[in-house]
Design a protein around this ligand. Structure first.
Ligand code: AMP
Length: 546
């Protein structure tokens, strides 16, 4: 027997309809790429998104066509997403920080028909446009006054382009499993892989993301997505924020500490989210200026492990609650968030920080387990490491145009490639990427734990730990450190700082000081590049680890 409830497909554009209807005048502020700060609201965003949809259709874009965006977080980018998906086309966010050859590969693989691009990236695209034959038209996200001279194919200024239609248009209707968006993972090896979100997965994920034990969003929040929309589906903020009718503040192209601070403070942002590197810049800036964060209440930090020292500073110095989160492009992207269950809610000080080192527990809609290499489930004791596997309605079941990738297991689980523990209360902690874990004498050492410890040293700006081959132990940890400006330190000083905080045999055998640690286009430490750089590294003595 079927239920007798209405058939109401979970389509993403219903979110902007809801925001426009019930929270229509809620402010959306952007730092425009042209410079000035501009204000709009959900009602206006919806009206303009309808124009985008109507105009796309006039250009022949149809259900299932891919429309790329290479753009910062602004209201224009947001309305472009809704306009694209509102006719059943697919927004494809292209990360401008990728190498040019990777961008070429991704756009060709996706067969994007159109590209919406911010002024900042016009030159970059001009340099590769002859290798992008599928793109029929470039829409530059600006007005005619700021439109540059460009030889990009059929280039037009966005404002002029949408100005050619009247907005008298209705969203298209289609099945909720229709593709809505696309994002390529910036895999460290092999070609990038396309993840194809559906309307249904995005809507369900937005519900999950807004829940109190996730981001805990409400219409009273002012949300600033610092994480770019081109990272991992923008961490769902383009959907979960209008879903609850919260106000939005978009930082545009200026991602430095001072500019982020200006937006946080001027617009009284209560909630924000980004990777640790962004917050490192902000905190360093605040330390210098002595400024405070009187309005900010919560910050979600993920994408890579949030160092303990960062959590502590945000909470103790600025009164901002840190929510450590883990996820993946393949998971839309949220997988778990470290909010406090009753079992941990009474903790404070160092004991609370101990828990906040964990990546947390999954919301409804994400199932999780850890297994050994043979697929046998491992215990939830908070100590046993295993391969982390997940499943759920917003988890990928295949990559775009890739048949039978073994990470999608036959029984419906997705092997994340992360190694993790789960504690008795269901809190997961990432110990490593499976390829980064250091295998010493048959045992595993977590590079992330060591990195977190090292960045706790007051002179250390950033740290990475890699496994380097060792004649006796197979691999031993090498600590690579960037010191804070003007600081100097000895190897012994850093190792001594770590001593007693991890098992003795985990301590790095050597420390090298560098000016910079390489990062991927999504802000993660590029372990592969580091391993290559230290390929010929030799331990000071072969007995170093004894
Ligand atoms: P991406 O798909 O680019 O978002 O990358 C996903 C990967 O980032 C995960 O598989 C993890 O290896 C890593 N990651 C994400 N969040 C965290 C976190 N909080 N701590 C440690 N690693 C993380």
């Amino acid at each position: 027997m079927l239920g007798l409830m209405q058939d109401w497909p979970l389509l993403c554009h219903r979110i902007i309809d809801h925001a426009a209807k019930f929270h229509g005048s809620r402010r959306v502020v952007s730092r425009s790429v042209e410079g000035p700060i501009v204000e709009t609201n959900y009602a206006a965003i919806r009206a303009r998104a309808l124009k985008v949809a109507q105009r796309l259709e006039k250009d022949g874009i149809r259900l299932g066509d891919r429309v790329a965006t290479m753009a910062w977080n602004t209201a224009r980018h947001l309305e472009a997403w809704y306009g694209i998906l509102g006719i059943g086309a697919v927004y494809h966010t292209v990360n401008p920080r990728l190498f040019a050859e990777q961008i070429v590969w991704i756009v060709n693989h996706a067969e994007d028909r159109m590209m919406m691009v911010d002024l900042t990236f016009v030159r970059l695209l001009e340099s590769i446009a002859d290798k992008l034959p599928s793109i029929e038209r470039y829409v530059v996200l600006t007005d005619s006054a700021h439109m540059p001279q460009t030889r990009l194919r059929n280039a037009v200024a966005y404002e002029e382009w949408i100005g050619e239609v009247d907005g008298d248009f209705a969203w298209k209707q289609f099945d909720e499993n229709t593709a809505a968006g696309m994002c390529y993972t910036s895999g460290t090896t092999g070609n990038p892989k396309g993840v194809l979100y559906s309307h249904r997965s995005n809507v369900l994920h937005a519900f999950m993301a807004a829940l109190p034990d996730c981001k805990g969003l409400s219409s009273r929040d002012v949300v600033m997505p610092v994480v770019p929309l081109f990272h991992a589906n923008g961490w769902s903020l383009a959907f979960s924020t209008p879903l609850v009718g919260a106000s939005m503040v978009m930082p545009g192209a200026k991602m430095d500490g001072a500019s982020i601070y200006e937006m946080l403070n001027t617009y009284k942002v209560t909630f924000t989210a980004a990777v640790p590197t962004v917050w490192l810049m902000l905190l360093q800036d605040l330390e210098k200026t002595g400024q405070k964060l009187p309005y900010l209440k919560r910050v979600v930090i993920g994408g890579s492990a949030c160092p303990r020292a960062m959590t502590k500073t945000f909470q103790d110095v600025y009164g901002v609650e840190v929510i450590h989160a883990w996820g993946m492009t393949e998971m839309s992207p949220l997988g778990s968030l470290c909010t406090m269950k009753p079992e941990y809610a009474q903790l404070s000080g160092e004991a609370k920080l101990d828990i906040q080192q964990k990546q947390g527990h999954p919301p409804f809609g994400v199932d999780m387990k850890i297994t050994d290499d043979h697929g046998k489930e491992l215990p939830w004791d908070g100590k046993t490491f295993g391969r982390l596997k997940v499943r759920g309605p917003a988890v990928a079941r295949s990559y775009y145009k890739v048949a039978d990738d073994p990470v999608f297991e036959e029984d419906g689980w997705f092997d994340t490639g992360d190694v993790a523990t789960i504690d008795p209360y269901g809190y997961m902690q990432i110990t490593d990427r499976s390829k980064d874990v250091i295998k010493s004498g048959g045992e595993w050492i977590s590079s992330i734990d060591l990195e977190n410890l090292a960045v706790g040293h007051p002179k250390v700006a950033e740290a990475a730990v890699i496994g380097v081959s060792h004649p006796k132990w197979a691999e031993r940890p090498l600590l690579v450190v960037v010191l804070k400006k003007g600081e100097s330190a000895t190897k012994e000083e850093l190792i001594d700082f770590m001593r007693g905080k991890v098992a003795k045999w985990w301590l790095p055998d050597d420390v090298v000081f560098v000016d910079e640690i390489p990062h991927t286009a999504t802000g993660k430490i590029q372990k592969l590049a580091l391993r290559q750089r230290f390929r010929d590294y030799r331990w000071p003595t072969a007995e170093a680890a004894e």
